[in-house]
Design a protein. Structure first.
Length: 267
């Protein structure tokens, strides 16, 4: 399939189709079309070039791969997989449950409405929590009627960080919030949800397949293989609303981070 030039915007760009596109962007295309690539509808796979790329997924479940260069990837809607590759990349998950993998380099990972699962990779990465999107509740009554120990509803995080490096990674906060506005608590999935995750993982094959694209295994999420996910819960102090989880850390470790590792972001 051939990408179609579009000169209707101030910056010339390339358009995909409303089908399932699979494209490799060339260096010449990246240089000649500074407006980037808009994949439109469909479940698309877009591979970036070795220079700076801008790729917008559009509707559908998309795979956006930046490869080399300082890339900007936008998932837009639905469940998307974004992989920045090498370089200092900016990844926007968009609406829906998205999997953001920064790769090597100093990357910025930003979710939207829905849960963003973040893996920064090597480098000093910024993991953004969207404070304006925090109060989200998922109805689980259809499950709790079968398995009574599961709560009838749960509060969803804006993001889950899978590989936080306390020596160099940064937590970004929207709305002008700072570290002083946060509460840190220990997280234990058995205590929180009342069920061992080993019992539900067999029913999550699609989600686990998406995790595998980022190189994340169940062992990474649950290193001691006890069926319990552990980490730090981050909440807003003024409302106690859940922002997110930082897996495989403890609350004292995150609370001890200097204020410089919590920054206010606008975008």
């Amino acid at each position: 399939m051939v990408l179609t030039p579009d000169f209707s915007e101030p910056l010339a760009r390339l358009l995909g189709t409303d089908g399932d596109d699979n494209e490799i962007i060339t260096v010449q295309q990246a240089n000649d079309f500074p407006g980037g690539v808009l994949a439109l509808a469909g479940d698309d796979t877009m591979n970036g070039s070795s220079v700076e790329d801008s790729i917008l997924g559009g509707k559908g479940e998309d795979n956006l791969l930046g490869n080399d260069g300082n890339d900007s990837l936008f998932g837009n809607r639905d469940t998307d997989f974004l992989d920045g590759g090498d370089g200092d990349d900016i990844l926007y998950g968009g609406k829906g449950t998205d999997f953001l993998d920064g790769g090597d380099g100093n990357d910025t990972l930003i979710g939207d409405a829905g849960v963003g699962i973040y893996q920064g990779g090597l480098g000093s990465d910024v993991y953004v929590f969207r404070t304006e999107l925090a109060p989200v509740t998922q109805d689980l009554s259809f499950i709790s009627s079968i398995v009574p120990v599961i709560p009838s509803s749960i509060e969803l995080p804006n993001a889950i960080i899978t590989d936080f490096n306390s020596t160099e990674d940064i937590i970004g906060l929207t709305g002008g919030m700072t570290k002083a506005d946060l509460i840190f608590e220990d997280f234990n999935s058995l205590t929180e949800f009342g069920i061992n995750t080993n019992l539900i993982l067999p029913f999550l094959s699609d989600e686990l397949a998406l995790l595998a694209k980022t190189g994340i295994s169940v062992q990474d999420l649950d290193p001691n293989n006890d069926g319990i996910l552990e980490g730090t819960t981050i909440r807003m102090g003024s409302t106690n609303q859940l922002l997110g989880y930082v897996l495989n850390t403890d609350s004292a470790q995150i609370a001890a981070l200097p204020e410089s590792q919590f920054i206010s972001v606008d975008f």
